[in-house]
Write a protein that binds this ligand. Structure first.
Ligand SMILES: Nc1ncnc2c1ncn2[C@@H]1O[C@H](COP(=O)(O)OP(=O)(O)OP(=O)(O)O)[C@@H](O)[C@H]1O
Ligand SMILES: [Mg+2]
Length: 252
């Protein structure tokens, strides 16, 4: 059985999608069949991988049972990396899901038949703790929490960890935190250094050794529809996400 990772933080713009796309690409590059699921109605992981949001069924159709995995899962331009897209109607799922009995397990059920096809499945969550994120956390084995090394970094993390414990207790006892990931780190600033120290002091066991630097290549790669390792394989962003992929895999 493959391992399913949710990339989650209810805070917006902290590097969830950048992490999901690039860790997925690095794992695929390392030789593993990998599935990226775009659980966000914004569809940034879909477009960031150069896929169309309108061409055929996606995650929404699978969630509501209108498409099979075989129909909805698409191959990407990256070898061994498959994608479940965020189509425009995924936006309605936030309203529709709560009307379905047992709606928290829709994604877990939808993925049940495909888990063994992929060594790694990554779920890119939207910036909220709404029904789509809850579905992702119920379907996941582990959570990666990107944390931007900015002033308000710690704000909301306690609440997120409370939510994770609640889901673990009530809905998904397998769920564990793989780690917190410091992102968009600018090591030249005192602020970034202070935030890194503070997050590591608060969560000594949880923070990944790998830190993702602020890197122009990481920011521009999605506009070319490709992961950073295909955009500029030797830039600091590529090296950091390769190191992270190794760390994630070694933590099991
Ligand atoms: N390490 C980095 N260096 C430079 N730019 C980055 C880096 N990580 C992310 N970005 C850029 O910052 C913005 C936010 O990143 P991203 O979309 O990954 O965050 P997110 O948490 O998925 O946002 P949302 O909450 O809206 O889904 C994007 O424009 C992205 O390209
Ligand atoms: Mg995102």
């Amino acid at each position: 059985m493959g391992t399913v990772y949710a990339i989650a933080n209810q805070k917006g713009g902290v590097g969830k999608t950048t992490t999901a796309v690039n860790v997925a690409a690095c794992i695929a590059e390392a030789g593993y069949e990998t599935l990226l699921v775009d659980v966000d109605p914004q569809g940034n992981a879909t477009t960031g991988l150069g896929a169309s949001r309108n061409g055929g069924p996606g995650l929404y159709d699978m969630l509501i049972g209108h498409a099979t995995a075989g129909d909805a899962i698409r191959q990407t331009a990256v070898d061994r990396l498959s994608l479940l897209t965020s189509t425009p109607d995924l936006a309605g799922a936030t309203m529709e899901l709560p009307r379905i009995a047992g709606s928290e397990t829709c994604l877990r059920n939808a993925l049940a038949g495909v888990r063994e096809r992929f060594a790694f499945t990554l779920l890119d969550c939207p910036p909220s703790l709404g029904p789509l994120t809850v579905n992702a956390l119920v379907a996941a084995d582990r959570v990666i929490v990107p944390v931007q090394t900015e002033y308000f970094a710690l704000e909301g993390l306690a609440g997120l960890l409370d939510t994770l414990s609640l889901i673990q207790r009530e809905l998904n006892p397998r769920l564990t935190v793989a780690g917190m990931l410091l992102t968009m780190h600018d090591g030249r600033t005192k602020l970034a250094q202070d935030v890194e120290r503070e997050v590591r002091e608060h969560f000594p066991e949880l923070v990944f050794d790998t830190v993702i630097p602020r890197n122009v290549r990481l920011g521009e790669a999605p506009s070319f529809g490709r992961p950073v390792i295909h955009h500029d394989p030797h830039c600091a962003g590529s090296e950091a996400y390769f190191a992270l992929a190794k760390e994630v895999a070694s933590r099991g």
